[in-house]
Design a protein around this ligand. Structure first.
Ligand SMILES: Cc1cc2nc3c(=O)[nH]c(=O)nc-3n(C[C@H](O)[C@H](O)[C@H](O)COP(=O)(O)OP(=O)(O)OC[C@H]3O[C@@H](n4cnc5c(N)ncnc54)[C@H](O)[C@@H]3O)c2cc1C
Length: 308
């Protein structure tokens, strides 16, 4: 069985992996790119069969088009519709799942056609389990990000596309988010903590270093998302803040690619980690193998500031 697939994208990241996943089903791959021209070009570079580009005027959120795009996809009735993980793409996917009557499955790692069923591997139980689902009807799947290499095939043609229904009327006004995230985004120096920190109270160990360096506090995703020790607006990485400080100092952070993606544009990356084999030492410009509870007070002393 070959299966035609539509991919709904409102952001240009990880489309190579998403198109590669669609290709495993053997049918035609159509991307609907809702956003600026650069998004349509990123989609085309992932080498689907065609890109339908819904242009959004400056600042108009892709979600304004969710119902209109969903209705068109419903009318085309593909067996499979996919999205990457960003929130706006997922909103488009959900809007298409309704008219399709599709099973809506998130955190999908891989999919394949077996006999008449679509077989889906997806992450479950907070990452502890990989579940395999067999879906006999239409499927709408949110694909987990993957780092697939860019395709060798030439870019797909891009066609400007206007769904029959108008977009929802949405007015946008932008202000900095609460939690002073702008501080992390714009700071010349950022000191981030990871799961090497043992408790929220131990942020007190880091505070004198922030003061001595005039740095903003950042963190890895689990410290904000799972533990709630630092406001979510301050976590750095693929799904968090992308920052470009002159100095990024990572304390007790392993340096997984999803984290390091957020500091790709930092001028200098330094790391303190007790594990000499921690991945962060492969990319950091400077590294200290040591216990952050010893190294941080030593740095504060060296900078001539009072310890905690
Ligand atoms: C789709 C997706 C998106 C993601 N997006 C992001 C993202 O945007 N940002 C992000 O950060 N993560 C993201 N992640 C999670 C990422 O993969 C890692 O799980 C996360 O970055 C790990 O956080 P950590 O380094 O704090 O924790 P760990 O990986 O647990 O590392 C803790 C480190 O601390 C060290 N350590 C322990 N004790 C000490 C000590 N006393 N002194 C010094 N070092 C010590 C350990 O050796 C270890 O290296 C994402 C994951 C997925 C699947």
């Amino acid at each position: 069985m070959t299966v035609d697939t539509w991919l709904l994208a409102a952001a240009g990241t990880h489309l190579d992996g998403a198109v590669a996943a669609a290709r495993t089903l053997g049918g035609r791959v159509t991307v609907v790119a809702v956003g600026p021209r650069t998004l349509a070009e990123a989609a085309a570079a992932a080498a689907p069969d065609e890109v339908r580009w819904v242009e959004t005027p400056d600042g108009e959120p892709a979600e304004a088009w969710a119902a209109a795009v969903g209705a068109e996809v419903g009318a085309a009735a593909p067996r499979v519709v996919l999205s990457p993980t960003d929130p706006a793409s997922r909103a488009l996917l959900a809007a298409a799942a309704v008219p399709l009557g599709a099973a809506l499955v998130s955190r999908v790692l891989a999919l394949r056609a077996e006999d008449d069923a679509l077989v889906v591997d997806r992450v479950s139980l907070g990452g502890a389990v990989v579940e395999t689902l067999a879906v006999s009807g239409p499927l709408a799947a949110v694909l987990d990000d993957s780092d697939d290499a860019a395709p060798a095939a030439p870019p797909a043609p891009v066609t400007a596309w206007t769904p029959a229904a108008a977009p929802a009327a949405v007015q946008v006004k932008r202000e900095p988010a609460p939690g002073a995230a702008a501080g992390v985004r714009d700071a010349a120096r950022v000191v981030s903590v990871g799961r090497g920190l043992r408790s929220k109270d131990d942020l007190a160990v880091v505070e004198p270093l922030l003061a001595a360096l005039g740095a903003e506090l950042g963190c890895s995703m689990p410290v904000a998302d799972d533990l709630g020790w630092v406001p979510k607006e301050r976590y750095v990485g693929r799904s968090g803040q992308h920052i470009a400080p002159r100095l990024y100092l990572a304390l007790g952070i392993s340096g997984m690619p999803q984290h390091m993606e957020g500091v790709r544009d930092a001028k200098v990356v330094a790391a303190v980690n007790s594990d000499p084999a921690a991945p962060i030492f492969r990319t950091a410009d400077y590294g200290v193998v040591g216990d952050l509870y010893e190294v941080v007070p030593a740095l504060v002393r060296a900078l001539g500031a009072p310890p905690a």
